[in-house]
Design a protein around this ligand. Sequence first.
Ligand code: ADE
Length: 370
Amino acid sequence: MAIQSSYQQSGKPKERKTDKKKPPGNDESQLLQPEAQVEETEKQEEKLRPHRLADYIGQTELKDILNIAMQAAKARKESLDHLLLYGPPGLGKTTMSLIIASEMGVNCKITAAPALERPRDIVGLLVSLQPGDVLFVDEIHRLSRVTEELLYPAMEDFRLQITIGKGKSAKTRTIPLKPFTLVGATTRVGSLTSPLRDRFGLLHRLRFYDLDELTQIVLRTANILQAGITPSGATEIARRARGTPRIANRLLRRVRDYVQVKASLPITQELAGEALEMYNVDSCGLDWTDRLILTAMIENFHGGPVGLETLSAAIGEDAHNIEEVYEPYLLQIGFLQRTHRGRVATAAAWEHLGYDNPNRLPLFTINYSQ
Ligand code: ADE
């Protein structure tokens, strides 16, 4: 009795999906970067942000938690507890912080850890806060040690503990602060020190948005921009937006341009698909770099496992960028797995890129004639 394996030996793609050479003037690769923010885009984003919790689509669990926490704090006439928001970029951490301030009727000051290098930067900010104000600190895992240590008593007891002078003549001064809410945002919660993490009363992970939520966001934004769109047109954009509102809104603006020039509004599913193909955004929302990562894993490392640093060297993309910007979505859609031996491209990734997967479990056919 002979057992024949019917799986294909060749891992070669039916059609190669990623040219190794980066497309010239590859601006469209920026289209899918949650962090790609030119000043103009930031201004446009501002116009599109919801200002009330009720207008915020998605993140239902967080909204429920915040609703309760804010009502309770308001009833007690206290500031809201400090909040740590973590998760991939572009999921609404800043927007949520601005909404909290507006719901609580206070100001929101926005900064990022790299801007708080010197003690006087954080001291200046903290003493300027009014009762109940929100201080939003992005990339909070990057705080310098001195700044972080100044934050401990500020968060705990609303006081600053400052040391003046050095050595034996050094004196400590305590400066009282107005009660405030620190909203910390990070993409790397594991990099936070535990004393800092423990001082947040509320910790929440923002999750990717589902197709329905993103479709609603695209429809809402199109309405603000007065860009006619059909529901299926909105879904087509949502499908390619990597679970991220910031990307959905950016794709919508590019599709609107395309449709205005090449056809006429409204944006239909067909036109949206056509425009996004032109911008090199495929049917799963993968851009050129995503495809390069997966293609390198498949072609150079037989699909993995491959270590992050090795992969980074193979494609010439920063390891940190691969881990923070590209991987979360590839993991989310099941195209990549992290194992203790390294990264692995899944069968779905092989199939999406048009490769026959030799690692697929073989289908055995039993030949009884021998
Ligand atoms: N625009 C960007 N993110 C949004 C959200 N979560 N809800 C509504 N509009 C948005």
